[in-house]
Design a protein around this ligand. Structure first.
Ligand code: OXD
Ligand code: MN
Length: 601
């Protein structure tokens, strides 16, 4: 095999974190033989390595340096305009049988798929460097932590993964020299970034991911959606834990009582904003801290659920982020950040729609074209992103590295719904909560290619991320509930309900603290609520709305149930369950019947 030892590149001393484990070396050898790279670069995650890769990326225009005074140590990356979001239609779960992948995943036969991918990867890294990245997901001493290796031919991936994961020595230490140790094999090649040759394939039974033809984070940072969620959910079911598309936050009262809450919202529905919420002035003394903004891994301990954030950084949506909407995110991305597909101002700063202040008089847009406020095109792509270390977050929770995780008092589901769904309500019990999660829906966003604004069912916000049969996933939730003596209470929220004038009824952002406070009150056995057919609903006086300028009618509308809308909603639940072709557990069908009976259906 050619050049397995680093040759001219990288310089001596960089990238020497090779593992002792022969299984890993054999696999790297196999992929290098197939892809024929110019060099093999073992990444160690060091500062020196970062400086070297940044310098190379600047030379090759993979990164553009930003103004050091405005955004220190930060860079802009422009992706190919055909490659700006996750591609669900090109994402496959390659279980042995189609049934195991279930009705919500694209399935493709593993043998055939490996064959097709081998062909695409054959010689794919000729003239390129092949990077081998050892990384760890989860705190170093967590029983839930997982080891991954990603092979890639993209420096942008290496630099981004260095932010998003714990990279290098830490993973090798955890791996040790046991040939049967569990670790994930990830292979990524840009190929020619051609949508026709773009496939993101998961082989859960082999703990393997192969992604080709894309450079977009959600498709190529294999630690994230691919390992932490798709493969993660498959392993979680097998190993009796949970891998969920959830933020995790801590909320502490002025008296020092602290709760942790996990919340599943679909992509680009405000998870990062909620995880970094700053309470309004009226809630003086209350503090919200972030454990994670996108993914939660949960295990059972002493009859409760404990959650860790497997990630080490945030890959968040940029447009709309401002000091008004999310000051902690602005603080996080003020330095040491990689921006993707935002606009570049004439003074080397970044700009996007929704940033504080006036738009610049002139900029270069995300495609690299001249832009002025008169341009018909957006300056930043609607799914432009920041990649930033979680340590930049001024509101980072002190227990973020705790291996056992943080105890979860409440789980919140929520989608983007203009109508029907009230601001907040509470499930009657765990099983009913699972029903709320399994039937949740949201208007689609720019985080995935395809139509935006279409209501689609997105159970537990996991529709694009559940790595096995969704019916078994629902059953797994029900089974976990049976093992909990102190289960989290389950809630549903909707920040996005609109009035007849088409405007949002609820101010959202920091004001969501008012809803969070009611949720915490409920967890502590306080907080009033009325029993309704859909769950426990607060009445307007149960929510602390002091010092909030909101119309009484708007509050009534936000908390109201429209009989006709709910009749349609329940019909849509049935249609969704029916579309899954008989995989939905009996318990959830019963829940639906009970709900329908509450509306005389
Ligand atoms: C994400 C997504 O990037 O959900 O987190 O698409
Ligand atoms: Mn996400």
């Amino acid at each position: 095999m050619k050049n397995l030892a680093p040759a001219i590149f990288p310089p001596k001393g960089i990238g020497d974190a090779t593992p002792a484990n022969k299984a890993v070396l054999d696999w790297v050898h196999e992929i290098a033989t197939l892809t024929q790279p110019e060099n093999v670069f073992w990444c160690d995650g060091s500062e020196r390595e970062k400086d070297f890769l940044v310098a190379e990326s600047l030379k090759q225009n993979v990164l553009i340096e930003l103004n050091e005074k405005k955004v220190p140590r930060s860079y802009l990356h422009r992706s190919s305009p055909n490659d700006v979001a996750r591609v669900e239609q090109c994402t496959f779960v390659c279980t042995t049988t189609k049934e195991e992948a279930g009705p919500t995943n694209n399935w493709s036969e593993p043998g055939e798929t490996y064959g097709k991918l081998r062909e695409l990867l054959s010689g794919a890294m000729r003239g390129r460097t092949m990077f081998v990245i050892p990384y760890l997901m989860g705190p170093a001493d967590s029983p839930l932590a997982k080891i991954g290796f990603e092979i890639t031919d993209s420096k942008y991936v290496v630099l981004s993964l260095r932010i998003m994961t714990r990279m290098g020595e830490i993973a090798l230490k955890r791996l040790g020299n046991d040939p049967s140790a569990e670790w994930n094999r990830g292979v990524h090649s840009l190929l020619d970034v051609n949508p026709e040759r773009r496939f993101i394939c998961h082989f859960p039974q082999d703990n393997t991911i192969i992604s080709v033809g894309s450079g977009y984070g959600g498709n190529v940072l294999l630690s994230k959606k691919c390992l932490a969620l798709r493969i993660g959910s498959y392993l979680a079911r097998k190993q009796n834990w949970m891998a969920e598309h959830m933020l995790i936050l801590g909320v502490e009262s002025p008296e020092g009582r602290k709760h942790y809450v996990a919340a599943a919202f679909p992509s680009a529905c405000g998870k990062t904003n909620f995880a970094m919420l700053i309470p309004p002035a009226h809630f003086q003394g209350w503090k919200v801290t972030t454990v994670g903004d996108d993914i939660g891994w949960m295990q059972i301990r002493d009859g409760r659920l404990y959650a860790v954030n497997p990630e080490n950084g945030y890959f968040g949506v940029v447009p709309g982020t401002s000091y008004k909407s999310n000051p902690n995110a602005m603080g996080s991305i003020a330095h040491d950040t990689i921006y993707t597909n935002v606009a570049l101002t004439d003074d080397g700063d970044v700009w996007w729609e929704g940033k504080d202040g006036e738009p610049p008089a002139h900029a270069i847009d995300w495609r690299g074209n001249e832009w002025t406020p008169q341009s018909s095109e957006k300056a930043a792509h609607p799914n432009s992103r920041f990649t930033t270390p979680m340590r930049n977050n001024p509101a980072l929770d002190p227990d973020v590295e705790k291996g056992e995780g943080v105890p979860i008092s409440a789980i919140i589901f929520g989608g983007r719904r203009s109508d029907t769904v009230p601001l907040v309500y509470q499930a009657f019990d765990w099983d009913h909560g699972v029903y709320l999660g399994s039937t949740m829906a949201s208007e689609t966003t720019a985080a995935a290619t395809g139509a935006v604004g279409r209501v689609r069912r997105d159970p537990m916000a996991m529709l694009p991320f559940c790595g096995y049969n969704i019916g078994d996933y629902f059953q797994h939730w029900l089974d976990i509930g049976k093992q909990l003596t102190n289960p989290p209470l389950i809630f549903n929220v909707n920040w996005f309900r609109k009035g007849a004038d088409g405007k949002f009824l609820w101010p959202g952002f920091g004001e969501n603290m008012r809803v969070l406070k009611w949720i915490i009150d409920r967890c502590e056995g306080n907080g009033g609520a009325l029993k309704s057919p859909i769950g426990w609903l607060p009445s307007p006086h149960d929510l602390d709305l002091a010092e909030l300028h909101i119309d009484h009618n708007a509050v009534d509308e936000l908390l109201g149930l429209d009989h006709e809308e709910w009749q349609k909603e329940i019909a849509a639940h049935k249609e969704f369950f029916d579309s899954l072709g008989g995989v939905v557990p009996e318990e959830l069908q019963k829940q639906r019947e009970q709900l329908a009976a509450g509306f005389d259906l």
